[in-house]
Design a protein around this ligand. Structure first.
Ligand SMILES: *Cc1c(COP(=O)(O)O)cnc(C)c1O
Length: 391
C-alpha cells in the first residue's frame, strides 16, 4: 500500500490517540460551573425574558472581556449581524463584501438588509479574507464616486466589508482594515466563532465599526441561542439596544415606538447561562489550546495533512480544530470523512461555499480559487473541551 491509501486510516488513528474510543461529537458544550445556580436564580426572580440582572451583567462582562466599550446582547449571531449591518449604513440595493467561505448566516444577514452579498476569496494562512487579492480586485472592478465605492459592473454601492474569523482564527486585520480604509468600506466583523481570539493583543470583533458574536450551542461558550453586538461608539450602542428592543421609548406605562424595531433582545434566562459560561472561558480556552497541542503531536507523524495553527501575531481560541489535506491528497477528502465518521469520530467538511447555494448563486463574486481549494481539502475534527481531561 502506498502512503496515500493509508491516509484515511492514519487520520482515524491520530484522532483516536488524542480523544480515545468513539463515538466522539464534533463539538459539545461543557456545563461545569454555575449554570444550574444562575438558571435557578433567574427562574426564582421571575425575570426570564427581556429584562433582568443577568442580561445586563452579561453585557457588562462581555464588554470587559473583549475590551469593547459596549456590548449589546441579542437572540443569536445572525440577528446581531443584521442589526450591526443596518447600523453600519447598509441599505437596500447595496453590496456587502463577505468571504465565500463562511456560515450562511453572514450572507443571510446581508440579505435581511435588502443588500446583496459579494463574495471574496480566502487566504490559506488564515482561512479568512485575502486582503491583497481583495485590493487587486477592487482596484480593477470598483471606482470611487462621491466618497462611495461603486461596483463598475453592477453600478451599486459596495457599502461594507465583513471579515469572518474562521473557526476562531483571526483574519489579517492589518491588511483588511487598510483595504477598507482605501476603498471607503465600513467594516463589520463577524466574530461569531472567535470569542477569546486576539489579533496583536486586541480582541477580534473590536477592530471594525461594529463586531458580532454568537453563543449558539456549538460555539466556544453558549447561552443556548444568543449573540452580541460589540462597538466602541456610544451612539451606535444606544441605537443597537433601541432597535433590538422593539424601538420602544422608555416610559413607565406607555407603549410608543419611534421606528420599526425588532424583538431581538437576549432573554435573561439565556444570559444566566451566559454569565456562568463566561466565568469558565479562560479554562475552556486553555483546554482548547491543550487539545490543539495534543493533535499537533499525533498529526506531525501523518504525511499529507496539516493541522491548522493560529496565524502569526494571533492568539486563536481554537474553536474548531481543522485539518487541511495537501493538494495532492484532495481526492481523499471524502474517504477521510467516511473513515473517521465510520470509526465514530464526527468530522465534517467546510460549509458549502456561499456562491454555490441556491439563494446566492447569482450574486457577484471574485475569482474564488483558494476558497474552492480549501473547501475541497478542509476537515473539522472533534474539538470539544470534554475530551481533554484538564477541564
Ligand atoms: C455561528 C455563526 C453565525 C451566526 O450565529 P447564530 O447564533 O447561529 O445565528 C454567524 N457567522 C458565523 C461565521 C458563524 O459561525
Amino acid at each position: 500500500m502506498s502512503t496515500t491509501d493509508q491516509l484515511p486510516q492514519q487520520v482515524v488513528a491520530a484522532i483516536a490517540a488524542v480523544v480515545g474510543t468513539g463515538p466522539v461529537a464534533l463539538h459539545e458544550p461543557s456545563f461545569r460551573g454555575n449554570e444550574w445556580l444562575y438558571l435557578k436564580e433567574s427562574l426564582d426572580s421571575t425575570f426570564v425574558s427581556s429584562v433582568g440582572k443577568f442580561v445586563d451583567r452579561f453585557e457588562a462582562e462581555l464588554a470587559t472581556y473583549t475590551g469593547a466599550k459596549y456590548a449589546v446582547a441579542v437572540v443569536n449571531g445572525a440577528a446581531a449581524l443584521h442589526i450591526a449591518l443596518k447600523l453600519a449604513g447598509v441599505t437596500a440595493g447595496d453590496e456587502v463584501l463577505i468571504p465565500a467561505l463562511t456560515f450562511v448566516a453572514t450572507a443571510n444577514a446581508v440579505s435581511y438588509c435588502g443588500a446583496t452579498p459579494h463574495f471574496v476569496d480566502s487566504s490559506e494562512a488564515t482561512l479568512g479574507i485575502d486582503a491583497a487579492k481583495l485590493r487587486d480586485y477592487l482596484t480593477f472592478h470598483s471606482e470611487q464616486r462621491g466618497g462611495y465605492c461603486m461596483n463598475r459592473a453592477t453600478g451599486r454601492v459596495i457599502r461594507a466589508l465583513v471579515p469572518v474569523h474562521t473557526f476562531g482564527h483571526p483574519v489579517d486585520l492589518d491588511g483588511v482594515m487598510a483595504v477598507a480604509e482605501e476603498f471607503n468600506l465600513v467594516v463589520v466583523e463577524d466574530a461569531a466563532e472567535s470569542l477569546g481570539s486576539y489579533y496583536r493583543g486586541q480582541h477580534t470583533g473590536t477592530f471594525g465599526l461594529l463586531g458580532t458574536l454568537s453563543f449558539n450551542g456549538n460555539k466556544t461558550i453558549t447561552t443556548g441561542g444568543g449573540g452580541a453586538i460589540l462597538t466602541n461608539h456610544p451612539q451606535l450602542a444606544r441605537q443597537a439596544k433601541h432597535l433590538t428592543t422593539t424601538a420602544k421609548l422608555p416610559h413607565r406605562w406607555e407603549y410608543r415606538h419611534d421606528e420599526i424595531g425588532y424583538n431581538y433582545r437576549m432573554p435573561n434566562l439565556n444570559a444566566a447561562l451566559g454569565c456562568a459560561q463566561l466565568e469558565q472561558l479562560p479554562d475552556l480556552l486553555a483546554a482548547k489550546r491543550e487539545l490543539f497541542k495534543r493533535y499537533q503531536t499525533t498529526f506531525e507523524l501523518v504525511q499529507g495533512v496539516t493541522l491548522m495553527a493560529e496565524p502569526a501575531q494571533c492568539l486563536s481560541n481554537y474553536w474548531l480544530q481543522t485539518l487541511l489535506l495537501d493538494d495532492e491528497q484532495a481526492e481523499l477528502h471524502d474517504q477521510v470523512l467516511v473513515a473517521t465518521n465510520d470509526a465514530g469520530y464526527m468530522t465534517r467538511p467546510s460549509w458549502k461555499l456561499m456562491h454555490e447555494l441556491a439563494p446566492f448563486m447569482d450574486c457577484p463574486c471574485m475569482e474564488l480559487t483558494m476558497a474552492q481549494s480549501l473547501s475541497q481539502r478542509l476537515i473539522n475534527i472533534p474539538s470539544s473541551v470534554n475530551v481533554v481531561s484538564a477541564v
